[in-house]
Design a protein around this ligand. Structure first.
Ligand code: URA
Length: 276
């Protein structure tokens, strides 16, 4: 039987999906919601279930109901819901094309960026432009292929910049992150990777609810819905800053993820980007 929390989250998700971004809550409700939010972000104990969950019904109506299916089905369902994500549409500040995710639904490593840019919107796949090529290089250095990991974004639509946007991109703002957040959180619950790497501060803001800088957040483990999270610089930062120290900082974050996932690490890999 669904818990009170499930029902409340489901109801609120529906309202958000239909474009209602504000609800009036009294102090008591606010305290309860805050507690649930913290528990969910920190992967705290789920609300107690009176009896086992009901059998899967076809055509689930919300990301929460997607929790009850197989990973591929859940992701296919979420992709479909994302196409018509009314909360994003309602803002009027995001472009129309939805860019979902790419990679292996059974991946142990999940990488989360901020939002699609010009190239990603054109090809409808995350990280296929210059930042994506840099990400592919980082993955190759880790001994991983793009197809072996799961790559997604906190915001599923390219942020709009007016009629003459051309190839220009911008990071999603707080409202745009909040509108799309239920989708990435549902992807994380579906995949349950061994760990997540937030690529840049916008991703960390969504998954960790923190406004702190990447330099303040990196170098330690955080948690999102019970999954260990590491924060590192966005690949586009490395395109702007070619210093050895910037490369080493990102590489140390990747080494931490590799260690956590017990991936093989050679002595050569350990020494990448150290001063000679
Ligand atoms: N930057 C991101 O954060 N995500 C993409 O998909 C592409 C560039």
């Amino acid at each position: 039987m669904p818990t009170l929390r499930d029902i409340a989250i489901d109801g609120l998700s529906h309202m958000q999906e239909s474009g209602q971004l504000r609800v009036a809550v009294d102090e008591e409700a606010r305290a309860i919601l805050r507690g649930w939010m913290l528990a969910q972000r920190q992967g705290g104990p789920p609300a107690p279930q009176a009896v086992p969950p009901p059998p899967v019904q076809p055509g689930p109506e919300s990301p929460q109901q997607a929790d009850m299916q197989g990973v591929e089905e859940k992701l296919a369902y979420l992709r479909e819901r994302a196409q018509q994500w009314k909360a994003a549409r309602a803002l009027g500040t995001l472009r129309d094309t939805m860019v979902f995710a790419t990679g292996n639904p059974h991946a142990r490593l999940m990488l989360v960026g901020e939002a699609p840019g010009y190239d990603e919107e054109r090809l409808q796949e995350p990280f296929v432009g210059k930042a994506g090529q840099k990400l592919n290089q980082i993955l190759a250095a880790m001994g991983l292929k793009r197809e072996e990991v799961y790559i997604s974004n906190v915001c599923k639509f390219r942020p709009a910049m007016g009629d003459n946007q051309g190839t220009a991109n911008r990071a999603p703002n707080d409202a745009e992150i909040a509108a799309c957040l239920p989708l990435i959180l549902a992807e994380i619950r579906a995949i349950r990777p061994g760990c997540i790497i937030c690529l840049g501060g916008t991703s960390a803001k969504g998954l960790l609810g923190s406004n702190a800088s990447v330099s303040a957040l990196r170098g330690q483990w955080h948690e999102c819905q019970g999954i260990p999270v590491r924060v590192t610089y966005h690949p586009s930062y490395l395109l702007r800053n070619e210093s050895l120290s910037a490369k080493r900082a990102v590489w140390e974050d990747m080494l931490a993820a590799m260690e956590h996932l017990q991936l093989p690490i050679s002595a050569k890999q350990r020494s990448y980007f150290l001063p000679a």
